[in-house]
Design a binder for this molecule. Structure first.
Ligand SMILES: [Zn+2]
Ligand SMILES: [Zn+2]
Length: 336
């Protein structure tokens, strides 16, 4: 582990200096630092840092549009001076969970390779947003100020599970340019953190489900972006505990009962202000959802080909494509 010499004094507060300091650290150490769990002296603890885990779901057919965004956020100012407690419940209780469905692409459902669960967000109320609203929501989260109204940005540690150019994909699909905002000091991947902690799956990497199992968590409805980002942040926090905290966090209480109570509490939270709660992907109106829709719509492409069901959707929401992937291998080998 890298040690910081006493002569270096207090930890930098300038974002670019923080970024260069973290560059030489491994990911567990960075996660511990963000949680205020650094092994160095107290002066090296961050005065403010925000952990933001993001997961995106993409449609299984070309052109592989973005259908959902999940965001889980822990503002570590909320846990300063707070012991993690049994199963780290005091810290997990401070996480904010969000699930956004993209209005333009919400009719694109995955059924073949990784069946989706877009209606089954565990941690609160799903909101329907346009791509522009999604971009603004992400912008809000990545531009938190250290001490409002002062202009200094809060350092953000960006997290994902199996991060493969996710920030570039968000820039491409939503025009949300995380790099240009300048608040991200480090990008962490729970697969890498797990590897550093010695948690391996069947190969060198571990799936999100098996990683949850390492902490006795039975994940519900994976492949819902909101749930996946939530479990990513929860497992990252668990891996960021120090060995002493891990000992203290061990209790006989099952972790799943903590998860159930966290989920129940979040259902009563007021949903985020972005977007709307009900949106119909059949007629493009708000206030109801697709199964309740009585509007008359038709798809001219399907009608022209005499396909049954041409009245089930509008032309611009037709998902009938000539080209579908034949196998999981072919699907996985497509270059982004
Ligand atoms: Zn409708
Ligand atoms: Zn059609």
């Amino acid at each position: 582990m890298t040690t910081i010499s006493a002569t270096q004094g207090s930890f930098p507060t300038d974002i670019s200096e923080i970024r260069s300091r973290l560059r030489s650290w491994n990911q567990v150490k960075t996660m511990r630092w963000a949680l205020g769990n650094g092994s160095e002296s107290a002066e090296n603890q961050p005065s403010s840092a925000i952990l933001i885990a993001i997961d995106c779901e993409w449609h299984e057919n070309e052109p592989r549009e973005l259908t959902e965004i999940g965001i889980a956020m822990l503002d570590t100012r909320d846990i300063q001076g707070l012991e993690p407690g049994p199963n780290a419940e005091n810290w997990l209780d401070k996480i904010w969970f969000y699930h956004l469905r993209i209005r333009e692409h919400g009719h694109m459902l995955n059924t073949r390779f990784c069946p989706g669960h877009p209606d089954d967000f565990n941690w609160g109320t799903t909101k329907w947003v346009t791509k522009a609203e999604a971009s603004r929501a992400l912008h809000d989260l990545f531009t938190e100020r250290v001490e409002p109204p002062k202009p200094e940005l809060c350092p953000v540690v960006f997290l994902g599970h199996a991060v493969h150019g996710d920030s570039q994909k968000l820039a491409e699909h939503l025009q949300f340019d995380m790099g240009a905002i300048g608040s991200v000091v480090s990008t962490l991947d729970t697969q890498v953190i797990a590897n550093e902690c010695g948690y391996r799956g069947r190969g060198d990497t571990i799936g999100l489900g098996p990683l949850c199992s390492r902490f006795d968590i039975s994940p519900k409805h994976l492949h819902n972006a909101g749930n996946d980002s939530g479990y990513t942040l929860i497992t990252a926090v668990m891996m960021g505990l120090t060995s002493e905290q891990k000992e203290l966090a061990k209790v006989d209480k099952p972790v799943d009962s903590l998860m159930t109570s966290l989920m129940a509490a979040r259902k009563s939270y007021r949903p985020p202000s972005w977007g709307v709660e009900s949106f119909c992907t059949r007629c493009d109106r708000v206030g109801h959802v697709q199964p309740q829709c009585r509007a008359r719509v038709e798809c001219s492409k399907c009608k022209a080909k005499s396909r049954r069901g041409y009245r089930s959707h509008s032309t611009h929401r037709c998902t009938r494509v000539e080209r579908v992937y034949e196998s999981m291998d072919e699907f996985n080998n497509i270059q982004w």
